[in-house]
Design a protein around this ligand. Structure first.
Ligand code: ATP
Length: 207
């Protein structure tokens, strides 16, 4: 739902939304693309294209229905809310990921990290607070996505705890094959296997 909207269009939504909210408060029920264009400084052809993704086709001489657009934006913007992510295992890979700026292009934010090392707990890396793993249940709150960068041997136990605490998606960087319930999505990223198969392809399938 809503994920067919191009990113450039999605970025303009808050702009449209703010302006349309103002119009709504002024009691206006319709707006032309020219009016919108002047207000938000986006050319009207782009506005028309953007709005066509929402199924809002302006009528000649009428413009767009303000309430219809507002309703649509409310739903869509909620979908584009930032998704908070927790990272478990602040080793070499975990540290690199914490320092990586995920939020630049995506609606995701590393909100917290956990490690069993007491030295790492109570510190920050890349602005992300690190807690001791014993505090997982206490701190995780409503976070529904987790990145696993613990050693393979610890992965299943941590995954079980994440799932019991409401996590719905796990990005598994460990080589461990995890058993998780059907309602939880898991994606595996094994960098050493990627590298190995890449080298294999280079050798056996020369360009
Ligand atoms: P990598 O480069 O794969 O991140 P590393 O060599 O830095 O690994 P690992 O031994 O793989 O370190 O451990 C990764 C991190 O996971 C370490 O910081 C370690 O303290 C942490 N860790 C290990 N076991 C657990 C666990 N049960 N719960 C939480 N953190 C753990």
């Amino acid at each position: 739902m809503g994920n067919k909207i191009p990113q450039a269009t999605a970025k303009r939504l808050p702009l449209y939304y703010r302006f349309l909210t103002n119009l709504h408060h002024q009691g206006k029920t319709r707006v032309s693309s020219k009016e919108l264009s002047d207000a938000v400084k986006v050319d009207s052809a782009t506005i028309r294209r953007d709005f066509s993704y929402f199924g809002a086709l302006g009528k000649k001489g009428y413009g767009y229905n303000v309430d219809y657009l507002l309703e649509f934006f409310k739903e869509t913007l909620a979908e584009h809310k930032v998704t908070e992510v927790a990272l478990i295992g602040v080793g070499n890979l975990g540290t690199a990921l914490l320092n990586y700026n995920f939020s630049r292009n995506h609606n995701t934010k590393l909100a917290m990290a956990f490690d069993r090392s007491t030295k790492k707990a109570e510190t920050f890396i890349g602005g992300v607070p690190i807690y001791h793993i014993d505090q997982l249940e206490e701190q995780i709150g409503n976070v529904e996505v987790a990145i696993l960068t613990v050693p393979a041997a610890a992965a299943q136990d941590i995954a079980d705890r994440l799932v019991s605490n409401g996590v719905k998606g796990i990005l598994n960087f460990t080589p461990a094959r995890l058993t998780i319930p059907d309602h939880v999505r898991i994606h595996h990223i094994d960098l050493s296997i990627e590298l190995q198969s890449f080298v294999y392809f280079l050798k056996h399938y020369p360009l």
